[in-house]
Write a protein that binds this ligand. Structure first.
Ligand SMILES: Cc1cc2nc3c(=O)[nH]c(=O)nc-3n(C[C@H](O)[C@H](O)[C@H](O)COP(=O)(O)OP(=O)(O)OC[C@H]3O[C@@H](n4cnc5c(N)ncnc54)[C@H](O)[C@@H]3O)c2cc1C
Length: 512
């Protein structure tokens, strides 16, 4: 059994004993076999000395038990790492950032506390998965949708706290953005409710995000300032129908008016679905081939007569691009018919599933899959000129980054699914082969630096790269990180909680 760094055997034994008293002996995991379940299956350091590993895990069932765990950790200076369902594959899985941490596994806290159809929200605990919330809504026959990410087995809270997103309409697919109110156990064991939740007897905790005074919820997104034990989310009223069309343009530089038109339509909320950009312009040879240079899929959700008019308006706007084609698709009524359910991508219809993992499996296209992947996700401006600049930057630097070897890197995929900006995703295969992973790590680190030289930086990252990316947010001698460190030191003076998450280290570990 591993012991957290700096903790004596005697204190460790005492802490484990007290964790057992607090949550029940069955819910403290110390055997190698049990602790191995918290390894990150997609770790870029799999099997190497730098792999981030837990020392033990503890699974509380109530908020009071979470408080007790935190207090014990303070007493013995035990580093903790809270997870909800711990399925953060591609961003660290359920392994801690700081090796030797005790994972606080919240999956037993899986109560759906409230679903309100009239005001379209839910209040949940961390262990509630997208499948759980979906099933509860279905069971009660409510006219509400959830917004699942590609893998439906994750936690509604955990995904939001890592900055995750989904595939239905805005604003619901920005998961942290769609939250309203949280309950947090602070590193000293105190419970705080944010927003209107701070008012005793409040009736609007899930209806007004801001409450009164400085807004603190952002401290817990990609943060390490507390353990979130409840969180509210705004849900989408089940739409009547879905309509979509694909715009095709045939010249590489048509991406410029294409993006300008898309921006207008999205900023007007005429197009509200998760649009998809494709075509030879992104992946094909420079100069393009015979097919469209760019294709843009435009999904719209809402009442049938309204979305038909919205699509008509979008068509009119895109017709201003010379030579463009606008291909309309059939309107789909909701709830889905069994036939439609067979042919659509379910996450676009609020239905959680796990089909995304087929992408990583063995197939004729991929006879020996690596098994895992990680993503490099810089945010770039939402305009066609910048998009071309990034595409050309990728093509120009690929050989230098990979040393001319084919490492199976795929990119860039321009993700239009966040509002106002683009994500220029580059995907890297991750395997259990240390030599291959070493090359991938070197390539990833080079992309981080090259992108930063151009003013681009990532919005989310695998745990092992969180420090180097935090380094790129360096304005005014890292003033933002220094401010976060001051807050961290004030809230968590013993530095017990999620040390190092997204580049914020407690005082005693900063010097190292
Ligand atoms: C093929 C594939 C497709 C994917 N597609 C998507 C996608 O479409 N969208 C997307 O967003 N992601 C996607 N992911 C990434 C990831 O799998 C999901 O984001 C997943 O939902 C995250 O795991 P989780 O929900 O179990 O969160 P957790 O692992 O429970 O939490 C994530 C992190 O948040 C923190 N945390 C969690 N709970 C708490 C808490 N209660 N208090 C304090 N801190 C906490 C911890 O640091 C934790 O490590 C994909 C991954 C793969 C492999």
């Amino acid at each position: 059994m591993a012991i957290p760094p700096g903790v004596s055997q005697r204190d460790w034994n005492a802490a484990i004993g007290e964790f057992r008293d607090a949550v029940g002996a069955d819910w403290v995991f110390t055997s190698d076999e049990d602790v191995a379940l918290y390894r990150d299956a997609y770790s870029p350091y799999w099997g190497e000395p730098e792999e981030r590993l837990a020392s033990a895990a503890v699974a509380p069932y109530t908020v009071e038990e979470v408080q007790a765990v935190v207090r014990i950790a303070n007493k013995y200076r035990i580093p903790l790492y809270p997870i909800s369902t711990g399925r953060n594959l591609a961003y660290g899985g359920s392994a801690p950032v700081y090796s030797g941490s005790v994972v606080v596994d919240l999956k037993r806290m899986n109560r759906v506390l409230e679903i309100n159809e009239r005001n379209a929200y839910a209040l949940v605990e961390p262990g509630v998965s997208y499948f759980d919330l979906y099933n509860e809504i279905e069971k009660r026959g409510l006219a509400l949708w959830i917004d699942p990410p590609d893998p439906g087995w994750g936690s509604v809270i955990g995904n939001a706290l890592d900055g995750g997103g989904g595939w239905t309409a805005y604003p619901f697919r920005d998961h942290f953005g769609a939250h309203c109110g949280m309950e947090v156990v602070l590193p000293d064991g105190e419970i705080v409710r944010t927003g209107m939740g701070a008012v005793p007897g409040s009736k609007t905790w899930q209806q007004n995000k801001w409450g009164y005074g400085p807004w603190v919820d952002g401290l817990f997104r990609q943060g390490n300032m507390g353990i979130v034990t409840k969180m509210g989310f705004w849900l989408m009223p089940r739409p009547e129908a879905y309509i979509s069309a694909t715009v095709q343009v045939f010249n590489d530089r048509d991406i410029i008016p294409l993006m300008d038109t898309l921006n207008l339509l999205e900023n007007q909320h005429v197009v509200n679905g998760s649009t998809q950009l494709g075509g030879a312009g992104a992946f094909g040879p420079a100069g393009g081939g015979a097919g469209p240079a760019w294709t843009l899929q435009l999904p719209i959700y809402g009442p049938e007569k309204v979305i038909r008019a919205q699509l008509e308006y979008a068509k009119e706007k895109f017709s201003a691009i010379d030579g463009s084609r606008f291909v309309e698709e059939d309107l789909i009524r909701i709830p889905l018919s069994p036939q439609d359910r067979e042919r659509v991508r379910l996450v676009n219809f609020g239905i959680p599933n796990l089909s995304t993992f087929a992408m990583l499996g063995r197939s004729p296209m991929q006879p020996s899959p690596a098994g895992g992947h990680i993503g490099f996700s810089p945010i770039i401006p939402r305009d066609g000129e910048e998009l071309l600049k990034f595409r050309d930057f990728y093509r120009t630097n690929l050989a230098e980054v990979t040393g001319g070897e084919n490492l199976g890197i795929v990119g860039p995929v321009f993700m239009t699914n966040w509002e106002r900006s683009l994500v220029a995703l580059i995907m890297f295969p991750i395997s259990k082969n240390a030599d291959e992973n070493r090359k991938i790590r070197a390539a990833f680190e080079k992309w981080v630096k090259l992108a930063a030289d151009n003013g681009w930086a990532e919005y989310r990252a695998p745990t092992v790269f969180q420090d180097i990316i935090s380094d790129t947010y360096s304005y005014n001698n890292h003033a933002l990180r220094r401010m976060r460190e001051k807050i961290k030191d004030a809230l968590d003076p013993n530095g017990i909680l999620a040390a190092g998450r997204y580049g914020v280290w407690p005082k005693h570990l900063r010097e190292g």
